[in-house]
Design a binder for this molecule. Structure first.
Ligand SMILES: [Zn+2]
Length: 539
């Protein structure tokens, strides 16, 4: 690097960082070309009955991929995966036999009533035979919070019993973790991952409604019927053999019979790492039927004009829940809000990028992932099998279920404070006279419940934001009230369908906002970083 360059470099960074680029004519035209009519038309098509609820591996997938391919070709995009727009994702369907009994000591527990169990392994039978039970508090190993519930513990072949959420939830006023805001250590998915790393044979999470943010029925329903996993070369043998939950009553009874008071041990676990052998054992045999099938991620790329090998990646999941032939009447889960809106959003952003006269310096990719509804599987597959090296992936911008409640004065950032990407978002929000706000229920851990999380986990700074809570004017506030009543209870139900009465103002603004954020990053030389307090960092 010569001296002169050294002198000019900060100015270049400043200029691109604060969006001198984003003031150009071509940018403004592309920005304002993001239109309500196009967004509506995509949402309407993707959520039509003809697409049958966009379930992976069905005709709904074929139609969705065809629709994406047709549009991206029309806009002049290059396939993102060599000469293909598709990245095949092999899925494993595991359906556990519901006739299963979990015995702990002299007690037996019943599937769905007071326990659920299953496996992630590609194995028809897995079992625990008198596996020693160990209470490991929150089951958290977090060096950045100086907290390790497994310290000095050997749980190989044993079954760990774990509290849900993280130690911050029980200590909102204290300095533990991030108070009520859930960290990834609080998510149930983390608990099984850590138990697996520790070599446990089984892992049982104790359900409690408040810290879980949902009732037992949600656990019972989502753990019955077929479960989907990614096919892994090792058949997922690295995972604990048996994963499950105990209802609170079941857990209390187990602790009591073992001579312990659940509430007292929990109070101890809130103060610091705890491990307590319960002096009892668990036995269970889980029988499953297995089936492999192939679905696809869709990826299109706009090659950068100078820093081609550096990538900004937009994500939205194209899939939804399909249809339920056993259901009477309307049986199609159209998934208009979740996530035809997000799919339409990044389609429009892609079209806007393609219309730019001066292409961005860095490459920009549009990744539509499959099987989000089955546990973020398409994005997990991409993160484990990235098409572009993760070390060259500058940022991920994710959209899931856009704002159908009309324009807002704020923009709700899910996982507020995690990365420097918020600087870009804030700048773009200013153009719309909007401000950033923390999401409404940070204790529910929504940052860990959509596809950007798969990329965050492998270190790529990832942003997930959407329309906020403050309506832009009185009329919008009235509309919002009315529409909230109409939409209530439609999450993951057949009534999540397209309505002509939807106000697309918020969707237009959020799409423009995300377009500007991606545009600025793609024209910058900066590598936005995770904030220090984030549980994610680049490797
Ligand atoms: Zn969903």
């Amino acid at each position: 690097m010569n001296l002169q360059l050294k002198h000019t470099l900060p100015a270049v960074i400043l200029a691109t960082h604060f969006g001198v680029q984003a003031g150009s004519n071509s940018f403004d035209q592309a920005y304002s070309s993001i239109s309500e009519a196009d967004l509506r038309s995509h949402v309407k098509t993707l959520s039509s009955d003809e697409f049958e609820g966009r379930q992976p591996t069905t005709i709904g997938e074929e139609k969705t991929l065809a629709y994406l391919t047709e549009n991206f070709k029309k806009w002049g995009f290059k396939p993102g995966n060599g000469n293909s727009f598709l990245q095949p994702v092999e899925l494993l369907r595991i359906e556990a036999d519901p006739n299963v009994v979990l015995s702990i000591g002299d007690d037996s527990f019943t599937y769905k009533e007071n326990m659920v169990v299953g496996t992630s392994r590609e194995q028809e039978t897995v079992s625990l035979k008198e596996s020693e039970l160990v209470f490991v508090g929150y089951g958290v190993n977090a060096p950045e919070y100086n907290w390790n519930d497994y310290k000095g513990l050997d749980v190989k072949g044993k079954t760990v019993v774990i509290l849900v959420n993280d130690p911050g939830f029980a200590n909102p006023e204290g300095d533990k973790f991030q108070g009520k805001t859930m960290t990834y250590y609080g998510r149930w998915t983390y608990k099984y991952e850590e138990a697996s790393r520790q070599g446990a044979a089984g892992a049982l999470i104790v359900h409690e409604t408040e810290p879980a943010s949902y009732g037992w029925s949600v656990v019972a329903n989502s753990w019955s019927g077929p479960q989907y996993k990614l096919v892994q070369p090792d058949g997922n043998k690295g995972r604990v053999a048996v994963e499950g939950w105990l209802s609170l009553d079941a857990a209390k009874s187990v602790f009591k019979k073992a001579g312990y008071d659940f509430d007292k041990l929990k109070a101890k676990a809130n103060k610091g790492p705890i491990a307590q052998t319960l002096g009892t054992t668990a036995s269970v045999t889980v029988k499953s039927s297995l089936k492999r099938s192939t679905s696809n991620n869709f990826i299109a790329t706009l090659p950068g004009s100078s820093a081609k090998d550096e990538h900004v990646i937009y994500t939205a999941h194209w899939d939804h829940l399909g249809k339920d032939p056993a259901k009477e009447g309307d049986n199609i889960y159209n998934g208009a809000h979740d996530n035809a809106t997000g799919t339409a959003g990044i389609m429009e952003i892609a079209r806007a990028f393609a219309s730019l006269k001066q292409k961005p310096k860095r490459s920009v990719s549009f990744l539509f992932v499959t099987a989000e509804e089955q546990g973020l599987l398409g994005s997990q597959y991409y993160a484990e099998n990235p098409i572009y090296p993760l070390s060259k992936t500058v940022a991920n911008l994710n959209i899931d279920a856009m704002n159908i409640m009309g324009r807002t004065k704020d923009i709700s950032v899910v996982g507020f404070g995690k990365s420097e990407l918020e600087t870009y978002l804030e700048k773009a929000a200013k153009r719309q006279n909007r401000h950033l706000a923390q999401e409404g229920h940070p204790q529910a851990g929504y940052y860990y419940r959509s596809d950007h999380f798969s990329l965050a986990k492998v270190g790529v700074p990832a942003l997930y934001a959407k329309g906020g809570d403050i309506p832009v004017d009185d009329e919008t506030a009235q509309y919002r009230k009315k529409m909230s009543v109409i939409q209530r209870g439609c999450y993951h139900q057949v009534c999540d369908q397209y309505r002509e009465s939807w106000d697309f103002g918020g969707i237009v603004e959020d799409s423009q906002l995300y377009f500007e954020v991606g545009y600025d990053i793609a024209n910058s030389q900066d590598w936005p970083k995770w904030n220090k307090t984030s549980e994610f960092q680049r490797p």
